[in-house]
Design a protein around this ligand. Structure first.
Ligand SMILES: [Zn+2]
Length: 344
């Protein structure tokens, strides 16, 4: 089959690789009908050191089940399924607590060890715990929004949940990428009264306003902090959704939180240490978040998509086939596209 292989920063190729097969009896093989390129794929695209065998990329997909292992009970051949970016058994202590990204038998797609989904097919470990069957047709107009349940909508929701967004409170979203935009949807969905987006790309800002952002702050650093204070009677916001992961954005997130507020981090941190320890301490700010257990959120978010209350699929502004994926990486990296959908 054909798949997206990254060998080092900037080197993405479409190549023929062995077809995925059932390795463990808990596996499924899924023929991918929709995949996408993630903002987090851009980190290796910028920094990955050369790897001789390469890495089959991609951790978001919808597809049709092609084969299941002998121990798979809930998924059958022909099912249309959505795949969270992490696989999980659904039965361990952490899965029961709704933290499937810490599953003791879990892991992540698109790593050197587990080939990813920017491909014609993907092997899904722990199929029963991981996959969710979708009761829609394969050509349904809802598919782009359903695809965001693999990652960005669930991740934006996790930022809102861990930032403790509550009805009537003020939220701020740091970052105007696909996750930040989904964070706006999530903050509105959980009842935030005022939603301030920190971002500066005109197309993204416009979409954020349609998703429910009430204010936009395009400044950065200290000026951004000033602007947010002006918009909040000088106090800052209750809930900050940090959707970037850079030192500057993490610092801003803590600086715009009001005393007693919370920061939910979902941007993959690019540094070992976290800035602003002292302001976070003196202002009693909770700093939470991490890899989103998107599997835990699918059942909650699915009805809102199926019934049209939220449309996170609008973050996709470019659709390409597999051969165009290298250019899709370039386009997302150059900020030509918010998020790219792939139809293998
Ligand atoms: Zn588990």
């Amino acid at each position: 089959m054909r798949a997206t292989v990254m060998y080092e920063a900037g080197d993405v190729r479409i190549e023929n690789v062995p077809d995925p097969t059932i390795v463990d009896p808990t596996d499924a093989v899924v023929r991918v009908t929709r995949a996408c390129i993630c903002g987090s794929d851009l980190w290796p695209y910028k920094t990955m050191e050369h790897n001789e065998t390469g890495r089959v990329m991609g951790h978001e997909a919808i597809g049709v089940v092609d084969a299941v292992g002998a121990d798979v009970r809930n998924i059958t051949r022909g099912d249309l399924v959505v795949m969270p970016f992490a696989f999980s058994d659904g039965t361990c202590v952490f899965c029961h607590e709704g933290l499937q990204t810490s599953c003791v038998h879990g892991g992540f797609f698109g790593t050197v060890d587990v080939p990813g989904a920017q491909a014609e097919a993907v092997r899904v470990p722990q199929a029963d715990g991981t996959l969710v069957v979708l009761a829609v047709g394969d050509d349904d107009a809802l598919l782009p929004s359903l695809l965001t349940l693999s990652d960005v909508m669930g991740t934006g929701h996790h930022a809102a949940v861990t930032a403790n967004v509550r009805p009537g409170k003020i939220a701020a979203v740091v970052g105007d990428g696909a996750v930040g935009l989904c964070g706006v949807i999530a903050a509105k969905r959980l009842g935030a009264d005022q939603i301030i987006l920190l971002g500066r790309h005109p197309d993204r800002v416009a979409l954020a306003r349609e998703f429910g952002a009430t204010d936009v702050v395009s400044e950065r650093g200290g000026e951004a902090v000033e602007r947010v204070r002006e918009l909040t009677d000088g106090y800052g916001v209750h809930a900050v959704l940090e959707c970037v992961g850079l030192e500057q954005s993490e610092l801003t997130a803590i600086q715009i939180a009001r005393p007693g507020g919370a920061v939910g981090r979902v941007g993959v941190p690019q540094d070992e240490t976290m800035p602003a320890s002292q302001p976070a301490f003196y202002n009693n700010i909770s700093v939470s978040g991490g890899p989103a257990p998107v599997r835990a959120y699918i059942e909650e978010l699915l009805p809102d998509i199926l019934e049209g209350r939220i449309e996170p699929g609008r973050v996709f502004d470019r659709v390409i086939d597999l051969d165009e994926v290298p250019d899709g990486y370039r386009g997302m990296n150059d900020r030509e596209a918010i998020k790219v959908m792939v139809t293998p």
